[in-house]
Design a protein around this ligand. Structure first.
Ligand code: TMP
Ligand code: ASP
Length: 241
């Protein structure tokens, strides 16, 4: 697999073309951003931890029947993935109230949401990722109705699988964000699943173990990510083949 030109650089990852038109390389950098890129800092080991964390979770989701773009780890900071045509929508599932939901609706942080709720956000930093609904998605042709149904189905399927995996590690999956794309006509999970894009609380103490530690300047950000990885059994030491 030959690494070719840089295709795109986001806030935390850079994507490279390969000699296979259907595959790209995702490089996880140490950059950590919040508030739509207003706050950016380098945190040592973050790229490696998120790369391996993502590989582990994508594997679990694939086993559970969620099609993902993930192929294999290439190195500490790189993974080979399918090249998707990304749908510009963030699918957020919330099991417990936190973050923007609390601000928007005045709900106290920590309120149980039963059943879990789902929200869509438009991926647009300049507009601060505004919340949108299914009618917006239809009117602006961001995705077809069938694709929206599939994204909802896969996002909730992921919730079932991941809530269980985290709970077995004494961690509450508070909320998370997924992004999907198209691969030869099929809706496939893309981007990443790491503590950057979800909220994870220790089940006993409710200590925050995710990017809120960075957003809220709580310290020990990567130590918390590594703690989650250790509890899940993610191998952070071995270097990839
Ligand atoms: P929110 O409370 O800020 O709306 O975020 C909900 C969850 O989705 C939280 O785990 C963070 C994640 N998320 C991202 O990772 N990136 C984003 O751009 C947005 C809007 C949310
Ligand atoms: N991922 C977004 C950013 O980096 C939003 C956030 O996580 O706060 O700005």
């Amino acid at each position: 697999m030959q690494k070719l030109a840089e295709l795109y650089s986001g806030k935390a990852k850079t994507v490279y073309a390969t000699d296979d038109a259907d595959r790209v390389i995702m490089h996880f950098r140490d950059d950590t951003s919040a508030f739509d890129g207003q706050k950016i800092v380098q945190l040592a080991r973050k790229g490696m931890v998120n790369n391996k964390f993502n590989a582990f979770i994508m594997g679990k989701l694939a086993e559970a029947g969620v099609p993902t773009h993930f192929d294999r780890l290439l190195s500490d900071n790189e993974s080979l993935v399918k090249k998707l045509e990304m749908i510009p929508i963030e699918c957020v599932v919330r099991n417990i109230a936190a973050g923007s939901l609390c601000k928007r609706l005045g709900t106290p942080e920590g309120t149980e949401l039963s059943p879990a709720t789902l929200e869509f956000f438009l991926k647009n930093d300049a507009l601060h990722d505004p919340m949108i609904n299914e009618y917006h998605i239809r009117s602006f042709n961001w995705a077809t109705d069938a694709e929206v149904e599939r994204m909802k189905d896969l996002t909730f399927r992921a919730n079932y699988v991941l809530k269980t995996i985290f709970l077995e590690a004494d961690i509450l999956l508070v909320d998370y964000k997924l992004e999907f794309g198209r691969f030869h006509g099929e809706v496939v999970l893309g981007d990443e699943f790491s503590p950057d894009g979800c909220r994870l609380w220790d089940a006993a103490t409710r200590k925050k173990l995710d990017k809120d530690r960075f957003r809220q300047d709580l310290g020990n950000v990567i130590e918390a990510y590594e703690e989650v990885a250790r509890r899940l059994g993610v191998d952070l030491t071995s270097s990839a083949p």
